[in-house]
Design a protein around this ligand. Structure first.
Ligand code: UD1
Ligand code: MG
Length: 465
């Protein structure tokens, strides 16, 4: 079993680069993969190794990265003022590292990396008692990665960056993931010795490899099983490719945990979503943000749920949009319904087509089945809100509430002009405009419009000037 407790390990996360190739105002590591920033993935992964400490090197827009991450207890921020290269970045960590056996160096732009792979690297490094161990891989396309150069005995002799590689070296298929485990005792002496005479005039971390060999230290490569894990995002094409790989991983994880996902290649399920047992997600659904779905629900096709909460056995029919709303069990939504922030539906509610609900509570068993707008309202239990009912909650300047009791029947095409209260068991006739409170019990019809109907021939004729 993989050991995931390393109290004598220090982690360094390199995240200072601007990410020039992203062409963005946002630092690269804050770009999101399925709703979660890349830095969050890597921090989550290294935290699960329970290391002694985590140093995060930031530079470009460091305040944005810090603000995003906050201040976990075992995390120290290290500033790299000028991004002079990965070796220079690690060197800045010297002042925050003490009393550890090894330093694990990872990059902030590899969100697919797993804790198991890192653990294999540390275990391999320690078992062989090596000074410098690089995590290597053989990807389908080695372009852009540092190539691992081996000597005649198969011993790793150096790592050559794409831009510095000869044509022959570019043909090497074994590459560096950019991830290293290095014995603390030797690391900073090696870093002090590296120079910057290369194609990018940078202090390359990989240059510790030949320096270690010169100093009589040992260097090894530990291969990773799945080369996809080291996929480093350098531009937005990579970002979408990593998202595809992450999406496959997340979907398969939910499938293994008892969720049916139809046409999974058409579905987006973000990293912060949770889904219950025996729920079916149909084609084209987008489950975004912190959306939580209970057991035995059916969603879709083509529904969009953003930070939504569904209890058990909820049916969300095609093309419905739920954002920041909660839905009680055994409730039916849509097709073509829209629940906006603050909509809170109780159990066994029916919301039908072309109904919009915002910042409103709908109690158990109530039905709003067709073409309605309900905003800033409290609707009691077992009400029937007729087709085309509108709560007129806005007078152009202020918003007002509509309160409806239990067992109320609102006839079709009723306008409830807020603020207004409707008592329990009331019935409102179709086509009413309700401007005053409605008492409990009886039947209420609004006053008909006083505007007289004028036949065409009695209407004033406009004279052309
Ligand atoms: C790097 C490695 C390469 C490896 C590849 C794997 C070097 C010189 N190259 O190349 O061997 O195959 O990763 O993805 O190490 N960073 C800093 N400060 C700097 C420069 C970079 O913190 O001065 C950070 C970046 O924010 C990034 C990481 O280091 O998170 C890697 O930098 P990047 O520019 O992406 O290097 P690659 O060209 O991908
Ligand atoms: Mg990179």
């Amino acid at each position: 079993m993989t050991q995931l407790h390393y109290p004598d390990l220090q982690v360094c996360v390199l995240a200072a680069g601007k990410g020039k190739r992203m062409h963005s105002n946002l630092p690269k590591v804050l770009h999101k993969v399925l709703g979660r920033a890349m830095i969050d993935y890597i921090l989550h992964t290294v935290e699960s190794l329970t290391p002694k400490g985590i140093a995060v090197v930031t530079g470009h827009a460091s305040e944005k990265v810090r603000e995003h991450v906050g201040q976990p207890a075992n995390l120290e921020w290290v500033i790299q003022d000028k991004q002079l290269g990965t070796g220079h970045a690690v060197k800045q960590c010297e002042k925050v590292i003490r009393d550890v056996r090894d330093v694990l160096i990872v990059c902030g732009d590899t969100p697919l990396l797993s804790a198991e792979t890192l653990s294999n690297l540390v275990e391999g490094h320690r078992k062989a008692n090596t000074d410098v161990t690089v995590l290597s891989a053989i990807p389908s396309n080695p372009f852009g990665y540092g190539r691992i150069v081996r000597d005649g005995h198969g011993q790793v002799s150096s790592i050559v960056e794409e831009k510095d590689a000869s044509a022959e070296q570019q043909n090497i298929s074994e590459v560096s993931s950019g991830i290293y485990c290095v014995r603390f005792e030797v690391l900073f002496d090696l870093l002090r010795a590296i120079g910057n005479t290369n194609a990018q005039s940078e202090y390359y971390l990989p240059d510790i490899v030949p320096l270690a060999l010169e100093a009589g230290q040992s260097v090894e490569a530990v291969a990773m099983h799945d080369a996809n894990e080291m996929f480093g995002v350098n531009d937005r094409i990579h970002l979408s490719q990593v998202e595809d790989l992450m999406q496959k991983r997340i979907i398969e994880d939910w499938q293994r945990r008892g969720v049916t996902i139809e046409k999974p290649e058409t579905v987006r399920i973000e990293a912060g979503v949770s889904i219950g047992l025996d729920t079916t997600i149909q084609a084209g659904c987008y489950l975004i943000g912190s959306t939580q779905i209970g057991d035995e629900c059916k969603v879709g096709p083509n529904a969009v749920l953003v930070d939504a909460r569904l209890d058990d056995r909820v049916n969300v029919f095609a093309f419905s949009h739920i954002h920041g709303a909660s839905v009680g069990s055994d409730t039916l939504i849509g097709p073509y319904a829209r629940l906006r922030p603050g909509a809170a539906l109780d159990e066994k509610v029916h919301i039908g087509n072309f109904v919009e609900i915002k910042n409103s509570v709908v109690a158990e068993g109530s039905k709003i089945n067709h073409l309605s707008y309900i905003g800033d309202a409290n609707i009691g239990s077992n009400c029937n809100i007729g087709a085309g009912t509108i709560t007129c909650n806005y007078d152009g300047a202020n918003k007002f509430e509509t309160n409806i009791g239990n067992n109320v029947f609102v006839g079709s095409v009723t306008q409830l002009v807020a603020p207004v209260t409707v008592g329990n068991d009331a019935t409102i006739g179709a086509g009413s405009t309700i401007t005053r409170d409605v008492t409990a019990g009886g039947l209420t019809l609004s006053e008909r419009s006083k505007t007289k109907y004028l036949p065409l021939w009695e209407r004033p004729v406009k004279v052309k000037s």
